[in-house]
Write a new protein. Structure first.
Length: 241
């Protein structure tokens, strides 16, 4: 594939919640300097010929939001990619497939008593945080090339500070959000990127169905799912201007 024409990103931040999600990317970096802040290690260097900062945020929305803000303040990133795994909320999205965020939304925010729709943060001007169309288009093209054996979907990524492994909880989240997959960081990254006017994309490989089988499927398919998303991010890096 040719480089993404007109899509210029000088410094890109790449966030993974777990070490397993960023370890392979770190190994491929050159000219690396490591900065420690807020209990996180930020690996700043070259990845596939492009300037990048790769970091493990830790699990959960607070960690993810703090991490994104540090990338904005200290490293002045022009875009953020969040790579990781999630549970599917749609029957047609199978284990191993990848979901690219159209937007992100909190599924565990509930201020309906004050007149806000479920999921909306009070006094914010948006229910969901739009992801970047250019990054999503590039990711879709690349994914179909480097992961031809899996499905690639676009949809809403929803986040809450809980591992969803219950069919009733899954159905409740679907009814509130209309999401395609659920995890624990994307909406916080989307919110921080939105507030800082930074383009972002959440890439989620599906490790389970977010239902009563999740506890069994997650450890079985975690490594396979991570491999798909890492392969995609690495290939994308070589195509950014």
């Amino acid at each position: 594939m040719e480089k993404a024409e007109g899509y210029k990103v000088k410094v890109i931040g790449i966030i993974g919640a777990m070490e397993e999600e960023v370890a392979m990317l770190k190994e491929k970096m050159t000219e690396v300097t490591v900065t420690e802040k807020a209990g996180m290690e930020f690996f700043h260097g070259q990845l596939k010929g492009h300037e990048a900062v790769v970091v493990r945020s830790g699990i959960g929305k607070v960690n993810a939001g703090i991490c994104t803000q540090i990338l904005a303040d200290d490293f002045h990133v022009d875009a953020v990619i969040n790579t990781g795994i999630a549970g599917s909320l749609k029957a047609e999205i199978n284990i191993g497939d990848i979901v690219l965020s159209t937007d992100t939304m909190h599924h565990d925010m509930d201020a309906r008593e004050f007149g806000y729709p479920a999921g909306q943060i009070p006094r914010m001007d948006t229910l969901a945080f739009p992801a970047d169309e250019g990054l999503r288009k590039l990711a879709g093209e690349v994914c179909r090339q480097v992961n031809p054996e899996i499905g690639v979907w676009e949809g809403r990524v929803v986040s809450g500070d809980q591992f969803v492994a219950d069919k009733a909880k899954k159905e409740a989240i679907i009814s509130i959000t209309g999401g395609s997959c659920t995890e624990m960081e994307g909406a916080a990254i989307g919110q921080a990127a939105y507030l800082n006017h930074i383009p972002y994309l959440v890439i989620r490989a599906i490790s389970d169905k977010a239902d009563d089988s999740a506890q069994m499927d997650y450890p079985t398919f975690e490594k396979q799912a991570i491999l798909h998303s890492v392969r995609l991010v690495e290939s994308m890096m070589g195509l950014l201007d």
